[in-house]
Design a protein around this ligand. Sequence first.
Ligand SMILES: *Cc1c(COP(=O)(O)O)cnc(C)c1O
Length: 355
Amino acid sequence: MTIRANILAMQGYAPGEQLNDPDVVKLNTNENPYPPSPRVFDAIREALTSNALRKYPQPLGDTFRRAAGRALNVDPDGILIGNGSDDILTILTRAFVPEGGLIASPTPSYILYKSLADIQGARFEAVPFAAKWELDVERWPRGAHLSFIPNPNSPSGTRVPLTHFVTLAQQLAPAPLVLDEAYADFADGHGLALVKHAPNLIVTRTLSKAYSLAGIRFGFAVARPEVVRELVKVKDSYNCDVLSLAAATAAIEDQDYFRDVRAKILATRERMRWALTDLGFEVTPSHANFLWCRRADRDVKPLYEVLKARKVLVRYMSYARGPDGAPEGAYTGLRITVGTDAEADKLLTELKAIL
Ligand SMILES: *Cc1c(COP(=O)(O)O)cnc(C)c1O
């Protein structure tokens, strides 16, 4: 069979391991350790009628759009729904990037963007972060058809001040700049309001992390309504199903529950940060639900392996280079998701025993 050359040549995105062992403390893919809002279960039960399942879902998710518009203070017509925010990133790539076009994103960062470029037959440029994970907008390629920047960033958990995005959006206009806010729910600020000031700025969100719905697959983008009208042409007509729309709507409506879960995660994050620092890790201050942990004195890959054997799963990551100022060569570390307090205790106990 004749498969396109760019597909044959590409590696394919490797998602984090999903072990089917209930005893494993799973701190490797930034899932939420707490259950979703009880209202989510009610909403799914209510949606389980033959009449709802028999019919196609709302193509644009209007009920969700109204609920999210109210919860986040954005224009519902400026919301595009997706089957996970990864679906949104795919829609954006298809809409904006011609074959042979250029996608840019910072490095070290989310590696899915490179896979999207490969599938599209586009070029990809990784722009190194400056020292201390700052963004040097001067280095950004002028010809990028689409730019993706996660804020907070993964794996570092760091944030870039919003003013930089306004500057970069102006520099790139009319090409779009995508602010991937998968982790903004855990940070002190977000860029949703920037969409009003920068017509080429698009913000993406997910319900996988802060709303505990990774298994449901739901994400969305916030952009100008006239941009959303074009993006709608690119997506599958029914890209979100009845059950995920019901779940996502109930979750985003329950902002009190969201704030409670968030507060618990932030408290555990700070406790884990100091405990891991005491164990000899260099832990980057995080604005997300994970911690980026490095060691100057030893390779962390064996630590990942021994932790895994002891049923604690974290993410070992290796990049070709680090931000400016990092030592030359491969840049490695452990990205550890913030779990419950009990999960954090298990991690810390095992790490103490190993070290
Ligand atoms: C988890 C994550 C996403 C994707 O979330 P889904 O909605 O589950 O597809 C997007 N961007 C970044 C940076 C992420 O870490």
